[in-house]
Design a protein around this ligand. Structure first.
Ligand SMILES: Cc1ncc(COP(=O)(O)O)c(C=O)c1O
Length: 410
């Protein structure tokens, strides 16, 4: 095997990953349609068309398009009846948007640990944290890996707690033949640019329940009914709602991206299958376990380095020198229990004042050790539908080269 690139040898991956623009003629055609219609504002118009097409893709149900994944989760929780002082259990290994969605309702985020093998929120840890105040659980299908939804539905049946699926990273993934996002009581998706489908920024809420859909529709649009038969001045305003309306421009791009989703999911699956087939024999490399019946919608593959010597940073530096960037964080904020927001309950930017709904909550920063362990050991392998077969050949070659250098022949 060649000398490592970090020691002056040739790179295993001499050319950059193939990353052409993910937007093209399809998006432009949809944008042209909406611009020419003279109506950019939702609801209705292109936004309605997007909601109908998404519902059709997922096999029915109700869809409300919103401005982000965070506002989708916020709207979903509001529509499930979460209110001030309720506890909502989720994982501290997620995007901070999951937690912001809870706090916006003056509800209390409670953190359950993950299973190290699946990388996902652990049903048994969730059970341990249920109290009489628990109103909802947010199952985060992190990195596109499906949570074991039968276990969570069982918890819901036993306790009456509602399930909101965080599908921000899981578009098109399945569990026992059903799309993620159609299994819990409601779900929230993100369409920011890092996602399997993107409209720059955007999101949507999905539910099979008509009442939940009705509240979500009202909540995301300041509770306006948008009913032309209601005379101006007589809008009822039945409760508090935000303005989370996306524009028709976002919906237009979202529609074009929806059509590309099946390709995105299947191409990513083909790439990750190669990683499993061609890297599973490497020592000290742990690839995520997939729950029974799970069909992930892959995201950068959350592999773990389980050795101690060399240090993970040495392997990552060697991989980077070979031309393959591996990231060592699951999300921007790693363990959310250790953020200032949670550890100091810093709700406001400019004052230390803790709002009354949050005053009694005590967080133990060490209460989710598997999250810390995952963050300490994770090395994410690159996954994107745009990569060529050669990109993957070279990535696998780089892994095997670096591993052979440090660990000899497996
Ligand atoms: C798991 C998860 N939940 C929630 C969000 C929030 O989505 P957005 O950034 O669209 O608000 C994200 C996005 O980064 C995410 O990855």
């Amino acid at each position: 095997m060649d000398k490592l690139a970090i020691n002056g040898g040739p790179k295993a991956k001499p050319t950059p990953f193939h990353m052409p623009n993910r937007y093209g003629e399809e998006e432009l055609a949809m944008l042209r349609e909406v611009v020419e219609s003279g109506r950019l504002m939702g609801p209705g118009g292109k936004v309605r068309e997007f909601e109908e097409q998404v519902a059709k893709f997922f096999g029915g149900g109700h869809v409300v398009m919103v401005t982000s994944g965070t506002t989708a989760l916020n709207t979903g929780l509001a529509a499930l009846g979460v209110s001030e002082g309720d506890e909502v259990i989720t994982t501290p290994m997620t995007d901070i948007g999951t937690v912001a969605a809870i706090l916006m309702l003056h509800a209390v985020p409670i953190f359950a640990d993950i299973d190290l093998e699946t990388r996902l929120i652990s049903p048994s840890s969730v059970r341990e944290r249920i109290t009489e105040r628990t109103k909802a659980i947010i199952t985060v299908h992190m990195a596109g890996l499906p949570c074991d939804m039968d276990e969570f539905l069982r918890i819901s049946d036993d306790t009456g707690v509602r399930i909101l699926e965080d599908c921000a990273q899981a578009h098109g993934g399945k569990y026992k033949g059903r799309y993620l996002g159609t299994i819990g009581h409601a779900s929230g998706f993100s369409m920011n640019e890092s996602k399997q489908m993107s409209c720059g920024d955007g999101g949507f809420v999905m539910t099979n329940d008509e009442d939940t859909a009705r509240v979500a529709t009202l909540f995301h649009d300041k509770t306006y009914q948008r009913d032309p038969s209601i005379p101006r001045g007589q809008e009822p305003i039945p409760f508090f709602g935000m303005n989370y309306r996306p524009s028709g421009l976002q919906a237009a791009v979202g529609l074009a991206q929806l059509n590309k989703l099946p390709f995105v999911v299947s191409r990513r699956d083909a790439i990750v299958k190669r990683y499993y087939e061609e890297l599973s024999d490497l020592p000290h490399l742990d690839l995520p376990a997939i729950c029974d019946g799970g069909e992930p919608s892959w995201w950068p593959l959350a592999s773990r380095y389980t050795g101690e010597i060399p240090d993970r940073s040495e392997l990552v530096a060697a991989m980077r020198a070979e031309g393959v960037t591996m990231s060592t964080g699951m999300s921007p904020s790693n363990n959310i229990l250790r953020t200032e927001l949670i550890s100091r309950k810093r709700f406001y930017a400019l004052t230390d004042k803790v709002p009354s709904f949050w005053q009694d909550t005590v967080y133990d920063p060490d209460s989710c050790p598997n999250v810390d362990e995952l963050q300490r050991t994770v090395m994410r392998l690159p996954v994107d539908q745009r990569y060529t077969d050669e990109d993957i050949d070279q990535t696998i070659l780089a892994m095997r080269k670096v591993w052979q250098h440090f660990f000899g022949n497996a």
